[in-house]
Design a protein around this ligand. Structure first.
Ligand code: G3P
Ligand code: CA
Length: 242
């Protein structure tokens, strides 16, 4: 059983600041999060771009597919004003900029979103090695083949299986995938205490997403999950301290 429940800031403190921006990451750090979850895509010129959607339309004043845009074009758009005027001027971060901000003691959970077309995995691995982040980054994805490829390229990388179903089958699957899985990232609504215990008993970390309301956070704490992925890290910290 994991002793300490990690507070994992989903897209930063995305409930209080524009998701996947430096402002959201900075706020999450100030709130004392243990880890930051973020999403990455590859730009047209092969840069790792931090953004949830495959397009920038929803979370910026720009438009277009990230894979069709150069990093310098992505840098020109405003990624904060849509959330609130006080965030005007926020830029879409490069993953390397987030590593410059986040101290090594805070884990980063990099979710691979962009799994079509060109391969992002070697680019990500190269960056993790260059930045000395192999030990305190967990790479997760709904695309488990992408994670398998990462492990094939670099055995030391920690990978987490994301999915939207009960975890037991996947915990078992993790033992037959042929690669070593560090963590499970199931949808919280699918969980019960029994299967969480089973997974943790198998030596896996269990980080359910995305848990925002107080009642659900309390339930996750009672269940004994390994970490709580939330848009409201300050709320999680407060309830954990009670
Ligand atoms: O990593 C957990 C969660 O972020 C997965 O869903 O859509 O918020 O990226 P989504
Ligand atoms: Ca995500």
């Amino acid at each position: 059983m994991s002793e300490r429940i990690l507070t994992i800031a989903h897209r930063g403190a995305a409930g209080e600041a524009p998701e996947n921006t430096m402002a959201a990451f900075q706020l999450a750090l100030e709130q004392g999060c243990d880890a930051i979850e973020l999403d990455v895509h590859l730009s047209r010129d092969g840069q790792l771009i931090v953004c949830h959607d495959s397009t920038i339309d929803r979370t910026s004043d720009g438009t277009g597919e990230i894979s069709n845009l150069l990093a310098e074009e992505l840098k020109r758009v405003d990624a904060g004003r849509w959330f609130g005027e006080q965030y005007a001027g926020e830029r879409i971060p490069l993953l390397t900029e987030v590593f410059d901000l986040v101290p090594p003691g805070v884990m980063v959970n990099v979710e691979i979103k962009d799994t079509s077309g060109h391969r992002l995995e070697p680019v990500l691995l190269e960056l993790l090695k260059r930045e000395g982040r192999l030990d305190n980054v967990v790479v997760s994805s709904f695309d488990h083949e992408s994670l398998a490829l990462l492990k094939q390229l670099e055995e030391r990388v920690k990978v987490g299986l994301l999915y939207d179903c009960r975890p037991v089958r996947h915990a078992l699957m993790a033992t037959i995938t042929g690669f070593d899985v560090y963590s499970l990232h199931p949808k919280f609504k699918r969980l019960d205490q029994e299967n969480i215990r089973e997974c943790i008993g198998q030596g896996l970390q269990v980080y359910p997403y995305t848990i925002n309301d107080e009642l659900s956070i309390r339930r996750a704490i009672d269940y004994g999950v390994s970490g709580i992925i939330s848009d409201y890290p300050a709320r999680v910290k407060r309830l954990l301290a009670q």
